[in-house]
Design a binder for this molecule. Structure first.
Ligand code: C5P
Length: 499
């Protein structure tokens, strides 16, 4: 016996309401029991075998019903075709279907073969109150409701969870199963909710596919950053939470410009938790390290920057899915993997490389750029030769942060973040610097001798913005990077939502 008699009853009631069949006739047709529905209404339970037979009957009856006779309760203007991919997160689709239907959004599901390994068509069909489509070559389907019609009858196609394989198929235009056929045949907006292992999400092939799909106008929600189902695995790749999916779907369904909204607006819906926001499709530009200002071919002026903080920021932005350009002065640390690193020597080279890398969505100026360079750099090594010590004339270097922050709208990155290394009055000087340089935020740190911050692995920073100061405890530079990039991603989303 099963205790889900009531769940079965609600599926039967929905079917009776949409088909107009009487309770007695239904029972007789489905399991040859004219009292079935009456007994269920009185609270009786049923065996699994009976429940299966009832559901099978409903499914067969629906597939025979003429178009429009199914899902009568839902308005035709808000119909989602949900393509469920084969991932462990597929179970979240059950709740998603429930939440969408609560909002009066009709859901019809297509499941890939792999998806059926994670959730059953029976549960999906019971919750969507509609037939579930799985096979491309089902003669009945192709005659009665083929992939073109599946697409035509939807207002929006949602792919969740979108596996790396499904994204690859979409990007490549493959059409070898029902899900990919629908996706290649559709002219409706498509929202994908990726979910996969972080290494698969960060794999260069997946990155290329995501970039291609974004260029094709496909909308993205997530993935979020967090723990994976596999033990010890964490990073970007979690399916967006159901409320985030619902919000993204409602955003697309509700909008009049539903066929052409910017992908970014959806991905960065303001309610998404900032800690888990993806930077997929974004370009993040970071400067880091010192600059070397040559005196002659063998000597230079420099400072003690190690480049660790900037490299950590670049790595973190990459982990959140951004395309990252790191313009780095000479350092002894390895290049962060997956990041485009442009190696430069002097401040002027750095400014040029930064200019070449624009446009960017976020620019983080973590480099300790030398304020001055030597005027008239010697082309040959300056010899001691018993003469008086040479006098070095210094001229001011371009201020890269200030220059980029003053770029015209459109070219200026929407979020410009500078760093301030101070030895006294840290907050006061940092805020002055923020205003003077036109930066949106300044990450201020105290580098007085004895703090060990210059070249060390830890950092103690204050985030100075027009709204005030947020001070963080002493943290590893990687943790500072994680928090800073998450905060920047959230801010970028707010900026996008406000424009
Ligand atoms: O003026 P100061 O060097 O203290 O400013 C620090 C901030 O300005 C950092 O974000 C640094 O990367 C940036 N900066 C710059 N170009 C310079 C000097 C500093 O981008 N020439």
């Amino acid at each position: 016996m099963i205790s889900t008699g009531q769940a079965l009853l609600s599926e039967i009631e929905a079917f009776l309401a949409e088909s107009g069949v009487t309770a007695t006739k239904f029972g007789l047709a489905a399991v040859n029991d004219g009292h079935l529905v009456g007994n269920l209404r009185k609270g009786a339970s049923v065996t699994l075998k009976t429940a299966d037979r009832v559901r099978g009957y409903i499914e067969r009856a629906r597939s025979r019903a003429p178009a429009g006779a199914v899902s009568r309760e839902t308005p035709a203007t808000r119909r989602v075709l949900l393509i469920i991919g084969g991932g462990i997160a597929a179970y979240k689709c059950l709740d998603l279907i429930r939440r969408l239907r609560e909002r009066g959004i009709a859901v019809r599901a297509v499941m890939t073969r792999a998806a059926k390994e994670f959730v059953t068509p029976l549960s999906v069909g019971a919750l969507s109150n509609d037939r579930v489509f799985t096979e491309l070559f089902d003669l009945d389907d192709e005659r009665e409701i083929g992939h073109i019609r599946l697409s035509r009858e939807a207002s929006l196609i949602v792919v969740a969870p979108a596996t790396a394989d499904l994204l690859a198929k979409m990007a490549g235009g493959h059409a070898d199963d029902l899900a990919s056929c629908v996706l290649t045949a559709t002219d409706k907006p498509v929202l994908v909710a990726p979910a996969m292992n972080p290494r698969m999400w960060l794999n260069p092939a997946t990155r290329r596919n995501v970039a291609q799909l974004q260029a094709d106008g496909i909308h993205f929600v997530g993935p979020n950053v967090g723990e994976m189902a596999e033990r010890g695995e964490a990073g970007p790749g979690r399916l967006a939470e159901v409320p985030e999916l619902v919000e993204a779907i409602e955003g697309l369904l509700g909008s009049r410009s539903v066929n052409v909204p910017s992908p970014r607006r959806i991905e960065d819906a303001p309610s998404a938790r900032w800690g888990g926001r993806s930077l997929a499709g974004r370009h993040v530009l970071v400067t880091s390290g010192p600059t070397h200002e040559p005196i002659d071919p063998v000597r230079y002026i420099a400072n003690r920057s190690s480049g660790k903080q900037g490299a950590a920021i670049a790595a973190e932005a990459h982990a959140l899915g951004a395309r990252v350009t790191l313009v780095s002065g000479p350092t002894s640390i390895p290049d962060p993997p997956g990041v485009t690193v442009v190696h430069v020597e002097s401040a002027r080279d750095m400014l040029q490389a930064v200019r070449d890398a624009l446009p960017a969505d976020i620019a983080v100026f973590a480099a300790a750029v030398a304020d001055w360079r030597v005027a008239g750099q010697a082309t040959e090594k300056i010899k001691k030769g018993g003469k008086a010590a040479p006098r070095l004339e210094l001229v001011e270097n371009p201020d890269i942060l200030k220059t980029i922050a003053a770029e015209r709208p459109g070219r200026r990155p929407p979020l410009v973040i500078g760093f301030a290394a101070e030895t006294q009055n840290v907050l006061e000087y940092a805020d002055r610097k923020r205003k003077a340089k036109g930066a949106d935020w300044i990450v201020a740190n105290d580098v007085s001798p004895g703090t060990g911050i210059m070249g060390g692995d830890r950092n103690s920073v204050h985030i100075v913005t027009a709204q005030g100061v947020e001070s963080w405890p002493e943290l590893d530079k990687t943790e500072v990077a994680r928090r800073l990039v998450a905060l920047a991603a959230a801010r970028l989303a707010d900026i996008a939502a406000a424009t």
